[in-house]
Design a protein around this ligand. Structure first.
Ligand SMILES: NC(=O)c1ccc[n+]([C@@H]2O[C@H](COP(=O)([O-])OP(=O)(O)OC[C@H]3O[C@@H](n4cnc5c(N)ncnc54)[C@H](OP(=O)(O)O)[C@@H]3O)[C@@H](O)[C@H]2O)c1
Length: 273
């Protein structure tokens, strides 16, 4: 994979993992379209990417949870970034909260942002990706360890990331007879604004490890270079994901012992980041 020939769109580039991905790709001299909602943060990131070696770093601000916002981004690609060959579906929100405390509006927003948006954005850009010249076009979906392990307090988030994981797997298989490659990366807890104070405190209290966004960005580049369909980050999470697939009752036993502690953090009048 030669990043210096790539034209990469990163959604959610204004956030922790998205910005780290942008800096990593910029260091490899890729051309970038940086998406988010926060235009100021995107402008500052674009300047940084130029300094790091990206010959071109454009920005587009749009709310992907709405059809208008998604259309805005597709139009931006068509008009300003027609050489697109790599789509990184990274934008997302989280919610660490007891299920009965999650408002229907918050649930709808999470499903829109984390699963409807990446699927519909991919649908809007698939022809352009299939027609891309040069190296094999690529879609990288940023999922989560919680896309494979149902975790108390994260019911809606787990549902969205589990759906993204299967979307990625099905799409990868559907396009095996084309040049398009579809990959799925599952980070574990990562130090970004997506995690509320309670979520970070729960991770620490239950012995979970928290990565830096740069660890995720390096893992993304490694996955893209490998051509593999999926990768997870970190031990013991990689093992737990596999074990949950084979013997979910063992993971249920472990989590039931920690349930009181987890519920203590999740039982808060907050909506998460
Ligand atoms: N951090 C973790 O612990 C962790 C672990 C596993 C997986 N992940 C996944 O990694 C991805 C990036 O998360 P992060 O940790 O970097 O979180 P973050 O710092 O909060 O960044 C989230 C990004 O998504 C964008 N976004 C959210 N809602 C949007 C909307 N409606 N329209 C357009 N953009 C929207 C945000 O844009 P604005 O800044 O402009 O609002 C921001 O750029 C997510 O998919 C997340 O689920 C994170």
């Amino acid at each position: 994979m030669q990043f210096d020939r790539r034209h990469i769109l990163i959604t959610g580039a204004s956030g922790g993992i998205g910005a780290a991905l942008a800096r990593q790709f910029a260091g490899e001299r890729a051309q970038l379209l940086l998406h988010g909602r926060n235009a100021e943060a995107l402008k500052a990131l674009a300047d940084q990417c130029h300094e790091l070696g990206s010959p071109r770093a454009l920005i587009c601000s749009a709310d992907l949870s709405t059809p208008q916002g998604r259309q805005q981004l597709v139009s931006c690609v068509e008009q300003e970034f027609p050489q697109l060959d790599t789509l990184v579906n990274n934008a997302g929100i989280s919610c660490f909260q007891l299920f009965e405390q999650q408002s229907p509006d918050a649930i709808e927003q999470l499903i829109n942002t984390n699963i409807s948006a990446p699927i519909l954005l991919t649908r809007g850009l698939i022809q352009k990706l299939l027609q891309a010249q040069g190296e094999a076009p690529l879609i990288l979906n940023i999922g989560s360890a919680f896309g494979a392990i149902g975790f108390p307090g994260y019911s809606t988030y787990c549902a969205s990331k589990g759906a993204l994981r299967l979307f990625s797997e099905a799409l990868a298989r559907e396009y095996t007879d084309t040049r398009l490659r579809v990959q799925y990366l599952a980070p574990r807890a990562t130090r970004t604004a997506i995690n509320s104070e309670q979520a970070s405190a729960m991770t620490a209290a239950t012995g979970g490890h928290i990565d830096s966004p740069e660890v995720v960005a390096r893992a993304a580049v490694k996955l893209m270079r490998s051509g593999r369909a999926q990768a997870a980050i970190g031990w013991p999470e990689k093992l737990l994901v596999r074990l949950n697939g084979l013997r979910p009752e063992l993971i249920s036993q472990v989590l039931s012992k920690q349930l009181g502690k987890i519920k203590g953090f999740a039982n808060q009048p907050h909506t998460g980041a």
